[in-house]
Design a protein around this ligand. Structure first.
Ligand code: ADP
Ligand code: MG
Length: 346
């Protein structure tokens, strides 16, 4: 939480005072945003001929984030990112968000303003308008629930259930970094709890820490695919790990798949940290770790030529008939069946 000297109690402003303070930095930029914060509901005018997509994600303190090491500004940014990533996974353009908060009196007005600084930065980066929300009290911690709205022409919207046999499986960026970053943050938190004067050892981990604390939704790729005139045949964002997301595409498309270990993109810092600091298989981190917010998608073989030299898209396998199952071909030449090991929330 904020260590600033100033501490204004939320009760001194009241719910409406707080909302007024938080909203003052936000303006409406999207043509489709007709009315934002102030009324009982916001008004959106969809672009003609387009479909709208809507997605909600809820983040709970001590389930999805730990304020011991998650700066509130980054948390606000990440909460928006998770939602924008879902809109990106539909191959749509995000336009608006709403933000609902449950707050305990532990939080000062300054702390919530920090959270909203991150939300504001994300709104600018992703070009979305904050058009409303809700604010309520909580007895147990912070909850942030964001709804994102986006639009696209119907023929560009991409679902999970439309992959075809023979399609090439693509993944953006690199995987497992956020999970490895989180393990380092948890390790340093435990060291600190045991010896509060110990300095956290976070030097040399900046890439993976940023992967966890400040991930980016891949809107850049949604725009690039549009510019290349490619519509993926299916798409999903990687919030729960590659295994779990690939299984979603396979199950919904009623197909199997094979992916190749040697093609799974990994960053050098993820490999080094998993291997040397955590004594973990980096492959397990990539397959089962969460929070990467990269895109997993399939393309027709005929679109491969257009994408094959893209520096940030990796071709990891192909779709096949359901009877052949979903498997990983390892470097050692084994075939391992992929099963659901995504984040188990319960
Ligand atoms: P109601 O009582 O009708 O639910 P509220 O008093 O909760 O209305 O909200 C007033 C206005 O402020 C609405 O436009 C609502 O969308 C907006 N709002 C409330 N809380 C937030 C928040 N945390 N972030 C952004 N907008 C908010
Ligand atoms: Mg309300």
């Amino acid at each position: 939480m904020s260590d600033k000297k100033e501490r204004t109690e939320i009760s001194s402003l009241g719910e409406f005072g707080l909302i007024n303070k938080l909203k003052q930095h936000f303006t409406l930029e999207q043509k489709s945003s007709i009315k934002g914060i102030d009324d009982d509901a916001a008004i959106i005018q969809p672009h003609e001929g387009e479909q709208m997509v809507v997605s909600t994600d809820m983040l709970m303190e001590n389930v999805h984030f730990d304020l011991a090491f998650h700066p509130l500004k980054h948390l606000g940014y990440k909460a928006v990112t998770c939602n924008i990533s879902d809109i990106a996974a539909m191959n749509a353009i995000p336009t608006q968000i709403t933000v609902a908060l449950a707050l305990s009196s532990r939080f000062s007005v300054e702390a919530i303003e920090e959270l909203y600084q991150g939300i504001h930065k994300a709104c600018q980066d992703y070009k979305v308008d904050l058009i409303g929300g809700d604010t309520t009290s909580s007895r147990s911690g912070l909850a942030i629930c964001i709804t994102a709205i986006g639009q696209a022409p119907a023929q560009r919207i991409v679902c999970r259930n439309t992959a075809q046999k023979g399609d090439v499986i693509c993944v953006s960026g690199d995987l497992g970094g956020a999970y490895v970053g989180l393990q380092i943050l948890n390790r340093e938190k435990q060291v600190y709890q045991a010896a509060p004067l110990a300095q956290p050892k976070l030097d040399g981990y900046s890439y993976i820490l940023e992967r966890y604390l400040k991930p980016e939704a891949r809107m850049d790729l949604v725009h690039e695919l549009a510019a290349l005139d490619i519509v993926p045949t299916s798409m999903i964002d990687i919030s729960d790990g590659l295994s779990s997301e690939l299984l979603h595409i396979c199950k919904q498309s009623k197909l199997g798949a094979v992916i190749f270990e040697e093609n799974i993109p990994l960053a050098a810092q993820t490999i080094e940290t998993a291997t040397n600091d955590l004594n973990m298989s980096v492959l397990t981190c990539a397959l089962n770790g969460g929070d990467d917010y990269e895109l997993l998608f399939t393309i027709k073989q005929s679109d491969y030529e257009k994408l094959k030299n893209h520096p940030d898209i990796h071709f990891i396998g192909y779709m096949r008939e359901a009877e052949s199952g979903v498997s990983l071909a390892t470097r050692a030449g084994q075939n391992i069946t992929i099963n659901a090991q995504g984040w188990q929330h319960f």
